[in-house]
Design a protein around this ligand. Sequence first.
Ligand SMILES: Nc1nc2c(ncn2[C@@H]2O[C@H](COP(=O)(O)OP(=O)(O)OP(=O)(O)O)[C@@H](O)[C@H]2O)c(=O)[nH]1
Length: 319
Amino acid sequence: MIAAGGVHLDSARFIERMTDMTEVFILSGFLGSGKTSMLTWLIRQAKEEGLKPGVIMNELGELAFDSDAVQDGVPLKEILNGCICCTGSEKTESQMQALLHENVDIIFIETTGAAHPVEVLDAVHSPLFGDKLDVKGIVTVADGKRYLASDSMTPQVRMLFIEQIRHAGFILLNKSDLLTDSGKAEAVMGIQSLNPGARIVETVNSRVPLSALRSMAQQPSGTSVQKAGIGSHLPIGTRLVTFSRPVSRDHFEDWIRTLPETVYRMKGYVPLEGKKYPSLFQYAYGMVQWIPEYMNMPANLVLIGEGLSGIRVPGAGDE
Ligand SMILES: Nc1nc2c(ncn2[C@@H]2O[C@H](COP(=O)(O)OP(=O)(O)OP(=O)(O)O)[C@@H](O)[C@H]2O)c(=O)[nH]1
């Protein structure tokens, strides 16, 4: 059996590992669409189910205005003064690590309405503790009325709005109380055509059952729609790979040149032949960066893109 990390595991160890992992949901959506309402509602449900939730909240300003939405006793980390995707993944990594130390069972990340979902996925996937996180994917809240009026948006804003829908694994058509029946039907059809793989639910005040988000992600392999839950419904997926042996840098770079354009991003620590410790490796849009490490970091690589399951990574034991 091949686990999410690309490692061969027998089924008992696989199940044990999955239950050890902390689930992560990225809450996306436009400004004012209902993300905070969803967060409040999801936290409440998580607590009722006996789960310990943790929250990372990202605000563009100096203060997290929405942090009042998070009840007492819920660990909250804030990334202020910038978008989660621009402030650098180090900050996100340290906040995630702090939450893991607090033994949370489920993490909700509320992104700013201005965040691009791929960049957020990138920031969240850390080669340092990727094996502890079960990143389910992006849940996007779309304001139905706004969707129907999206033709009047500026091209840039409209593009971001569409990207947030396109990359989601689960979509809430929110504020459905403000839509007529024909408006709802038009919005559902339009959203479905932008993202045929995602599940769409109509909501008022973003009241989506947490179980719907979680069970989608736990559906067994079967049809292509079910394959790996939310994550695999995404046009974009992620994969964590662990190296089992050092690789030659030339061989690794040759392999990169063979990759399809649908591999957008890779980052991690690659054990190179002749180097004492795995080197920090970054790849984005065809550009490669290597930085020597002077500490022994975990030899893991995170891939972000489409159709990743068929990709064989040199040195990772899956060639
Ligand atoms: N009529 C109606 N109003 C809603 C619904 N969901 C949320 N709202 C209202 O819309 C406003 C924005 O909701 P929030 O949950 O704060 O949205 P947000 O996406 O977190 O907003 P930002 O933090 O500004 O990005 C609030 O006044 C909500 O009460 C809904 O389903 N119907």
